[in-house]
Design a binder for this molecule. Sequence first.
Ligand SMILES: [Cu+2]
Length: 667
Amino acid sequence: MKPSKMLLSLAGAGATVATLLYVPQGCTPHKSVAAGADAQAAEKVYVAPGKHDELYNFVSGGFSGQMSVYGIPSGRLLKVIPVFSVNPESGWGYSEETKPMLTTTHGFVPWDDSHHVQLSQTEGAQDGRWAFINGNNTPRVARIDLKTFRTAEILEIPNSAGNHSSPYLTENTEYLVAGTRFSVPMGEGQEVDVPISSYKKNFKGTLSFIKVRPEDGRMNVAFQILTPGVNFDLSRAGKRDSHGWFFFSCYNTEQAFNLLEVNASQKDKDFILAVNWKKAEEYLKAGKGKRLKSPHAHNVWDEKTHSGTSTIEEDVVQLDPRELPGLCYFIPCPKSPHGTDVDPSGEYIIGSGKLAAVIPVFSFRKMLAAIEKKDYEGEYDKIPVLKYEDVLHGEVQKPGLGPLHTEFDADGNAYTSFFVSSEIVKWNIKSLKVLDRVPTYYSIGHLSIPGGDTRKPYGKYMIAYNKITKDRYLPTGPELAQSAQLYDISGPKMKLLLDFPTIGEPHYAQSIPATLVEPNSVKAFKLEENKHPYATKGEKEARVERKGNQVHVYMTAIRSHLNPDIIEGVRLGDEVYFHVTNLEQDWDVPHGFAIKGAAENAELLIMPGETQTLKWKPKKVGVSPFYCTDFCSALHQEMQGYIRVSPAGSTVPVAFSGGQTQPAALQ
Ligand SMILES: [Cu+2]
């Protein structure tokens, strides 16, 4: 009996956790741990102190809205990269400079839900420049610069209601996509005030194609495709011969609007939508798109000013496939498809029906031939539906229960995750024969093979991202750490090597050899290139200036003091801006800045050569301490200062002191 099934059946019979732990015989979850990983496995994941891991693993944080970075094979957590949510560890969303990055047309959104990581590619291979990730709730996509491991750009997606099939990208990073998870009425004001029961008539979906500028990665919505009102789940771009096409899985082709759990599982087959984006480019060039007013925020980080800016882009161009032949085709796919994945050759498209008993494998060549013949099964909202048998390469029989996602090795094999039966199944793409299966602990969602979605899989490892970890780690109350599991796939049989806990819920993740990222890593920002308007590039420039009710503190931080460290002349009602420049030019010497009673935003973390700003509105008369929060030197505890706040209307003059800059007022 599989541990997961036993767990479910025992739990169903009302067994307590304690009962589970003390089951004496063979098939307890604990026994399976011993069977899965052994001393040889430990050797394979051991990275000696001082040695570096072989791969970076970029993992989505799910409900945390962040992306985290692990070393593989050790599973060591290296960094949490803040993206769509505020993050106190780095001041993301708290400092004045980072706030614009979380701005949307709905205002400042401090918390989102991030799902899928994509690493940039050149000619179908990972290039180590950028990682992309989607914000699911308030639809957005982000680009992370792998030189700094920082979010460099966030683009809001207009006319979208949940950005799930995103941000999958083409093999030269020409485009990344953002397909709406939910369909909604499109338009503004009264146009969208319609009864929900008018779903079939009024609800529409969109697929956004976001252009990525090759030289610097800058994103913009190049066009949107208006679609029938269905739900889009995941997507993958074609590669090699199928480059120029994109494949989106869709469910709820029933167009149900309530009780989806029942009403969206009525039909035997839903669809994979095949989009010819080269054709879309032709239509766009020929002026066939409609420009629609669609305000959306575009937030860009500037490494020279160490600041983000948020601008509102006003419109997008939409293409309507009902009027543009050759743009879109539906491929029937059994039972509510979740994943759609394209193999390294670009020929095979794998659909994964969540409720299907087989895995259908489609042939790109057969798809083109079927389109050529124009022998369709019919139309769905005026879009041609191809015949299942015409496009099918074959079906994998009895693979498991609840197929979700498929990745590939370099030897023509596919690995599919099965949520319901908690396992990964290895099968051959051409012969469709099942070759091996291993349990996961428990309820796997995505899986990832390094380079497994590219033309050139790195292979060697596979990582499972699991939803449940009952019994895998020390208990931590009702909420347990979620989990990733590392498998060795270098031999004919898959072998479990390691469990490691993750930050948030790990949805998708991708790994890349460290050699493609490590040499480019930035160590410090050059102080002479700091173009922040409030930068203080030397201690002699440190000062305090009043502008109306604003007090600007030009502060420097260097081991082991803040300058100025005494400030007077602030009055209740003032807004104090601490612009702190970290003067260090050395790797791994950030300084922090915290002040008592910073109710609106709290703290800063400032990298070497960088300037960041904390806004502070004092609420009380008196003296408040401030200090460095990052243990930077032997005299870190002494890295502190005081600011005096006088009553409104006080005549205490602005004065400051620190090192050589002691003013007359304080002598
Ligand atoms: Cu310090």
